[in-house]
Ligand binder design. Sequence first.
Ligand code: PMP
Length: 461
Amino acid sequence: MTAITNHLPTAELQRLDAAHHMHPFTHGQELRDKGARVITRAKGVWLTDSEGEEILDGMAGLWCVNLGYGREELAEVAARQMRELPFYNTFFQTTHVPAIALAARLAELAPGDLNHVFFAGSGSEANDTNIRIVRQYWAEKGKPSKKVIISRQNAYHGSTMGGASLGGMSGMHAQGGLPIADITHIDQPHWWAEGGDSDPQEFGLARARQLEEKILELGEDNVAAFIAEPVQGAGGVVIAPDSYWPEIQRICDKYEILLIADEVICGFGRTGNWFGCQTLNIRPDIMTIAKGLSSGYQPIGGSILSDEVARVIEGHEFNHGYTYSGHPVACAVALENLRILDEEGIVTRVREETGPYLKEKWEGLCDHPLVGEANIIGMMGSIVLTPDKDSRAAFAAPEGTVGLICRERCFANNLVMRHVGDRMIISPSLVISRDEIDTLIERARLSLDETYDRLKADGLL
Ligand code: PMP
């Protein structure tokens, strides 16, 4: 068999890909007909494909390459760690320096008394861990009936059976008999789509109070935890009205419901602070982390627990763990990533400089005839496409048709922007410069113009 390398023609790589590689969240047959784009290398915020095109990655991979691509230091650390200790587990009363050092650093960075880290290989695995932790916590406290976890419609918490059950994506629940038992969902604080004529702040309060209603309906003695992303990411970068989170916090405190903040996207600088819960003033008992923890250079995730939750869990043997919990190479790379984010002042720069600059430019897109609203916090943003801004109308075409057209135009213009229904979203690397932000906005605007022309031509507008 010929060696499969970057030197093969794109068509041949696509053929082999279609023949043997199954892609996540993809209609396989559709992709087979079209051929996947083959990415060959990357540097900073720029991807290069097998045709030599330079593409601005407006999504930092999958919201994860916070530090940007191509940092030699991370490669060096990985190689050094592989030579010294490529693997050892953290089961059976053993440990190693990378896991110790990363856990200690995370305890420093995490707010309040979130001081204890249980490592996993991904965000999904970490959320599965969380399901077991919160149920075990209450069982140990003599309240085994407290099992139900309340989540939100349109949330994303992963693709494992537990993660997808916590998530509120109906398309995922429809495949494989989900959600698993004792997980239930309340409505999301998505004013644009679901707020009707209500005032956004009133709407935010009403949506938060659904948590209280749900707790009362189920009985406080049956509820273990509430889980939410500080800002819903995969659901479309949905930022709750300001009234929402203080009310959620009040309700969790009042009924002693554990609050899990899923920081897989919001963590590690994306919202302009180390964690989204700091930006939004939330006090979680557990945080889920992954993605930006290693900037995607190595697969790693984890759960950070408060002193109290950890104390209870550690009172007995916790029958849970992954072969790669605290993988030494992943931990060493994550630690180096955190060092660079900190020492180069990248999180502060997002908060004080590039974040506000991107916000101004992103909100400027609202003057486009297709753009109804822009949402942005730090380095994650969305715009909603609409045929009529005043009535917040949806297009007559099935939801997502227009978003997909726009995403294709972005792709053609060498910009990676994702669509969620008819919302366009961005989540660039935190190292993006002002010039690169200008390029991102120029390409986004051009793609919006082309989408507009296409909608007119096809009679969709
Ligand atoms: N939680 C959130 C908020 C996420 O956005 C994601 C991934 N997009 C996950 C969990 C799952 O993480 P992973 O894909 O690493 O399993």
